[in-house]
Unconditional design. Structure first.
Length: 254
């Protein structure tokens, strides 16, 4: 394979390992968790991060109106079936003529973005990132969000001092994304948490961080209901975070 097509073996192995970490670290915990999530319609960690070409749009794990009044049904329908489907279509089109990339998982493509062939780099950044970002987004929301527990709760306290302090910092980050983008709760490889912003459809994986949960602050994600009141949308969204799923992602990522 020539230099244009060379992909970092070290990075690829890292993210391949993430897909199987649940069976290595705590098989009973993750088997139970993943089975419950699949039964409820939520995708497992591996289904979120380790899908491969050709990519497909999974159904939402809840009805379009399930998150009302925080997110209205029409916004959910347009956002999921039109915007997200568009990212998938464009990603598949970009990769169709690059069979050497077809076996790479979605996480590997995004994590190794800067080592991809120049001819597909922008498409993977915009559309691969858009696909991954939205799969995480749908699967980390619930009408009954719950609360973080265990290692994740301890990590939040260690990084921010308290859950309320984390929410305050997250709100500042999401409120100050200029234009379109995302705010994320992410972890490094040691499990330490931080809050980061990414522009457009960029994902923390490209910068070596593990995305745990993120809010989409593109206007199409909230404008029908909130117009220019991004702060109200952020406040409502924080109560939708599905902490059991975030904890599953956190445990796998570390």
């Amino acid at each position: 394979m020539n230099s244009e097509n060379a992909i970092s073996r070290r990075k690829a192995l890292k993210f391949l390992a993430l897909g199987s970490v649940s069976t290595v670290v705590a098989p009973s915990l993750f088997t139970t968790s993943c089975a419950a999530n699949r039964q409820a319609g939520y995708q497992s960690y591996s289904e979120i991060f380790n899908s491969v070409y050709p990519f497909e749009l999974a159904p939402l794990p809840y009805a379009h109106d399930a998150l009302e009044p925080a997110i209205d049904a029409l916004t959910m329908e347009i956002h999921h079936s039109r915007h997200h489907q568009g990212y998938i279509n464009n990603l598949n089109n970009a990769l169709e003529s690059r069979p050497e990339l077809h076996s790479m998982t979605l996480a590997e493509l995004v994590a190794n973005l800067n080592e991809l062939p120049a001819s597909v780099m922008t498409a993977v950044r915009n559309h691969g990132g858009g696909h991954l970002n939205h799969v995480i987004f749908w699967n980390t929301m619930s009408a009954d969000g719950g609360a973080p527990g265990g290692d994740l709760a301890a990590a939040i306290d260690s990084a921010f001092g308290s859950m309320d302090a984390m929410k305050e910092e997250f709100t500042r980050a999401a409120s100050t994304v200029f234009g379109s983008g995302w705010a994320w709760l992410a972890s490094d490889s040691d499990g330490a948490l931080q809050i980061v912003q990414t522009p457009n459809q960029d994902n923390p994986l490209t910068d070596g961080l593990n995305p745990l949960v993120g809010i989409d602050v593109w206007e199409h994600g909230y404008y029908l209901n909130y117009q220019n009141r991004r702060g109200d949308y952020i406040s409502a969204w924080l109560d939708l975070i599905y902490w059991d799923k975030v904890n599953e992602i956190y445990q796998a990522a570390i």
